[in-house]
Design a protein around this ligand. Structure first.
Ligand code: AMP
Length: 284
């Protein structure tokens, strides 16, 4: 396998990262970048493989970004497993792992905030008001540090992908954003680092999320009543034990909520079971 012969170098400071990538930039060699928060699974590995297929060199970052967590969210208990992550990255093939501390990314006095505008206010943004400004700020900083030719993001976080594409267009950053399809478990549940929070009973119930989306997509394409179909989907998730934050059909680019079925739409859901909030989406 092409990836497995790479010797991975781990760097934790911006200075080391710049030194490690300087020669590639000087030689105009392509760089693919995959930003993550760690607790890596096969979904992250699919992004790394995509980056390998596009670029000569691959940089992965692992940084649990405090700015994108709200005050009552899971920042402190978010899974951190650096040694296991390093082994996975070495196996899949990565040249540089950038794993900075919060102080390295946000030294004392840090106060700049990237505001991604209206896209960040709907859906996830309506439930998590500081989230996308935190994502936008860290992704902008990471893209400016790595200066990759390609940066791979999962469709799992569909709104995040749209926000990042908006930033790159608006600020004319010289990186092509590449969306990678959602990697799912055998039963259909989208892989997520947060799935580790699920109890066995909740894990069994969690398949209701992808199954409900699939069902709604089929029904809407078949011409079923729009509001009744979405309402039945919400009821099905509630019956499975979920509190639904939103289950919405939205324009696939602007993410404006639709009140009738149309092509080029995306079905998006966020729903909580026990202590775990699950996100999923699919094209309709
Ligand atoms: P995270 O570590 O959760 O911040 O995710 C890092 C990147 O991996 C983001 O671009 C996510 O969208 C992507 N990702 C997470 N889970 C999946 C998945 N199941 N399939 C594809 N991409 C994913």
């Amino acid at each position: 396998m092409r990836g497995s012969i790479r010797a991975m170098k781990t760097v934790t400071t911006i200075r080391e990262l710049r030194l490690a990538t300087a020669a590639w930039h000087q030689r105009n060699e392509t760089i693919g970048f995959v930003p993550t928060m760690g607790a890596l699974h096969s979904g992250h590995c699919a992004l790394v493989r995509k980056a390998q297929s596009l670029a000569k060199h691959v940089v992965v970052s692992i940084f649990v970004n405090p700015l994108q967590f709200g005050p009552n969210e899971d920042f402190t208990k978010y899974p951190r497993q650096m040694e296991a992550d390093k082994k996975k990255l070495e196996a899949v093939g990565c040249d540089i792992l950038f794993a900075p501390t919060p102080e390295e990314m946000y030294p004392a006095g840090f106060s700049t905030n990237v505001d991604p505008g209206p896209l960040a206010k709907v859906l996830e943004g309506a439930v998590r008001p500081v989230h996308f400004a935190g994502v936008a700020t860290v992704v902008t900083k990471l893209l400016l540090l790595v200066m990759p030719d390609y940066a791979c993001f999962g469709e799992k976080d569909y709104q995040q992908l749209q926000v990042v594409e908006r930033i790159v267009r608006d600020l004319a950053l010289p990186t092509q954003i590449v969306g990678v399809p959602i990697v799912r478990d055998k039963d259909g549940l989208a892989l997520s680092s947060r799935n580790a929070y699920l109890t066995p009973d909740e894990r069994a119930r969690a398949v209701a999320v992808p199954h409900t989306l699939e069902d709604i997509a089929v029904k809407l394409r078949d011409g079923a009543d729009f509001s009744a179909t979405l309402e039945a989907g919400r009821a099905r998730l509630a019956l499975a034990g979920f509190t639904v934050d939103y289950l919405t059909l939205a324009d696939q680019e602007t993410l404006e909520t639709l009140s009738a079925y149309k092509p080029r739409a995306r079905l998006l859901v966020a729903a909580k079971i026990g202590a775990t909030r699950l996100l999923d989406n699919r094209a309709v």
